[in-house]
Write a new protein. Sequence first.
Length: 726
Amino acid sequence: MKNYSINTRALFATSCLAASVALLVQPSHAAAQAPALEEILVSADFRAIAVTDIPASITVIDQQTLQDESARHFEDILNSIANLNWSGATSRPRYFQIRGVGEQEDYQGAPNSSVGFIVDDIDMSGLGMAASTFDLQQVEVLRGPQGTRFGANALAGLIHLKSNDPSDTFEFGGQATVGDDNQRGLGIVVSGPLSETFGYRVALESQQQDGFRQNDFLNQNDSNQRDERTGRVKLRWQPNQQWQIDANLLYADNDNGYDAWTLDNNGFNTLTDKPGVDNQKTQAGSLKVKWLGDTVELTSLTSATNTDHNHAYDGDWANPGYWAAKSCTDYYDENNNGDDTDSIACVYDYLWDKSAERKTVSQEFRVVSTDNSRLFNDSTAWLAGIYLHKLDEDNDLYSEYNTYPDEVLTSDYAATNTAIFGQTDSDLGNEYALSIGLRTETRSSDYTDSNGDAFAPDESMWGGHLALTKSLSDTQNIYARIARGYKAGGFNMTLPSELADKKEFESETLLNYELGLKSFWLEGSASTNITLFYMERLNQQVDASLQDPANPQRFILFTENAGSSNNYGAEFEGQWSINEMLEVYGSLGYLQAQYGDYQYQDKYGSTVDLSGRDLAHAPRLTYSAGLTLRPGNGFFVNINTNGKSEFYYSDSNDSKSNPFTLLNAKFGYEAQDWSAYLWGRNLTDKQYGVRGFYFGNEPDIDWADKQYIRFGDPRQIGVTFNLSFN
């Protein structure tokens, strides 16, 4: 890793001191009256509804906050969202956990996500790398099962990224960033009308960075590099008041390295001879057609994606010369019976490489009531719809210590989901409202591979919600919600004969009970959201792994059901616009997420009882706080912090992370058509783990189990310049 120069640190400190002086000495013409907070609409629901009116726990991070916190990728704001965690198994976050539910990795075929990930109506679940925040309107995180709206891919919740729509007037914006670790970024957005009925928006961005690693063996400082390009095109045609047609095109090309692991956990100096990669190239699009009649609104939503992705890593985390210099025990004589225990030079070289092509297409039709077709004396709005989703993925998996007859395991996977859904929203009188939703879904899948495995499971699932809302006043709503979510069952590939009973696993069901209070205070200048939840997981799916003690280079990965478990906790979010100059905000998540009755066999055949233990990647505390100051003289300051308590890294062992708190800051000057900022992330240079393994990976210590940790990004300092005009 590059060292941060004293001059860079001094520049940041000097600039912050100068900012403080400037803010104090320059007069402010801002009004003292505290402004009311703006209403935020949630676009992930069937209708665009104010976040305060939706009976569910939702976090919305708007465009201004993304800019104020200098977030360039969804990864930059993940840690500030209550009860949301992620796994650093890839170069960018791809696997998420909401309230302790979600995957940590996916090393084989048959994708099956617990947390949905949607970008502009395009389903990117399991492919969260394409998550640049450039020109985003907002990020929405919906906690708890979204069974009515999104079905099988949203057992734990949903992450939705919405970019800005075409503007009514001409807009141009540009952004340039340079920073530590050879960071370079450039973005351009152009938007406006081509006619009275047709508008467009084009946003293009490129980001590069060396990746905070120094490969001492190859003498490279960019073996973990990020090279990411994103393009979005949005078109809107409104020929009259009845019709609106929106077309979205998305292109993402992430050509990243993955050289993130070390044998000594020093964090940022690697020794690999075959640095990994984490590439993803996506072409995707969606077409939404709306027709508004007197009695119904009809919506057709079509989307399609084509993604090539390749993830590879050097599994021995070193090089042949490193191992040859070690003294190892020879477990493998010519009969491979483990009798020979002579001391020999180590020979260890492991490469894991998976490439895949995923294609999806989906079609949804919805019919929604208008004011002229409400039911039961105009008290009830309603909607109904059908949904079809087809996914095809071809995988090529190479592992130098595989157990397949061929060197590469090739597999073909196809899944078709068909669903019908409906929802009613009723005004019960006396300030009560009732929302009822139901979705039934069938899933048919087919899997074959070159190892002879073949599966073709079919299953039917259902989910939905029942939510009762009471308006306590014009500024307070309380709600109670019961939601049922589901996740399809599946199968495990390439298992040895001794694990034949684990070839398939059952679908999982999650029942979520929620009580929430959403409030405005101080004449609308402050808001709080408080949520209490209790979750029942039935047939909980657990990721398990075993290392063969007779052949330590052989790893067996599988999913199994772990009975039932109960999670409970709370979320708090608050925001206060104290006056025209100063705003403060924060969040707090509390989570108790434990196994029910679950035991597994370790690699030595011993029974390990995890009953009552915390789930993996489920920290009990997540928290954040921020302050933004705009004194009215052009200067700007944002200081924000976020952190987590300790959490287990895996479902198969008791290794833990350390708790951490990160500090970020941004200072700048904002003029009418341009702005310039100096920013810093992780200013205290905190070393914090984002993924961990506990297993034997070193033959010179007889493959003894050991903790290995992948660390998050160290301190970063940079400058950003924005230009905009209309």
